[in-house]
Design a binder for this molecule. Sequence first.
Ligand code: NCD
Ligand code: ZN
Length: 350
Amino acid sequence: MSSIDILEICQPDDWHLHVRDGEFLPDLLKHTASQFQRAIIMPNLKPPVTTAEMAMAYRQRIISALPKGSAFEPLMVLYLTDNTSPEQVKRAKEAGVVGFKLYPAGATTNSDAGVTDIQKCAAALDAMSDCGMPLLVHGEVTHAEIDVFDREAVFIEQVLEPLRSRHPGLKIVFEHITTKQAAQYVEAADTKRMGAIAATITPQHLLFNRNAIFSGGVRPHYYCLPILKREEHRLELVRVATSGNSRFFLGTDSAPHLKGTKENACGCAGCYTAWHAMPLYAEAFDAANALDKLEAFASHFGPDFYQLPRNTGRLTLKRQTQDIPEDFPMGAGTVVPLRAGETVAWTIVG
Ligand code: NCD
Ligand code: ZN
């Protein structure tokens, strides 16, 4: 822990966020918009957001649901499918879509329409390379025989490395990395012969290991995908996040589900962190004695990778413990945040 008590940084962006749709939007967006200037909005709705037209309509629904006067900017990505065509890629680029998201079919919440075999997407991926459109990947294989804790490491060998070799011009974001294999792969990746690569890291994967899911009983609010891993992996994620390496930047993967669908015999995957995202990251960086590295991770490296301007606004955090509420409204129901009913050591004060 350092002696810094007030931390003023360039306003951050969230490079991986779920805000769902319809009646849920106003409750969820106000938490994100109070900290972040921009966020990449994940397209795993039902049905998924697969065309530029759908993305622009979704963007408009988000903007209409923002708190009055908010300057928050949603950045849209499309859901890659086996049938995404090069023309759809071109149209997306022209419409201002910032990337495509690869969900291996069945990997996570609402991914049934995902890619069954990435080789089917070759023409779309070439079109993405040609127009500089990044591919955001949910990096897990989905074969039932692969242990759930190994799915990310196996994805690197079986899918990611071959994909980068076949499409050496493709820019890739390895989303929400959770293992030392992913951290070290991104850190060491050759970007001279192959396309640029970066990774996002969530607050829960910096703060918790897999024991959190099982401490004293099953704790569904710590269940997300990719699942929390062993302590040695958490330590490696903290190391790369706080290393000042521009390949690693912030993406909360805040993924709200109604309380009853988490506290359930077959509970949904996803942690809700939008309300306290920056305080949670500050706590993780503080514990590693690296608060001075938080600004670049949260506010510089993301826009640099996506070739967007850095924000001009500021955000101030204070070392001041606050209670995390038990739940928040989410439409007609509620959503339980990560670490509900406990505390977080930092507070946003400006
Ligand atoms: C996400 C969701 O609920 O949409 N869940 C999760 O556990 N992260 C999907 C995803 O990003 O994998
Ligand atoms: Zn996600």
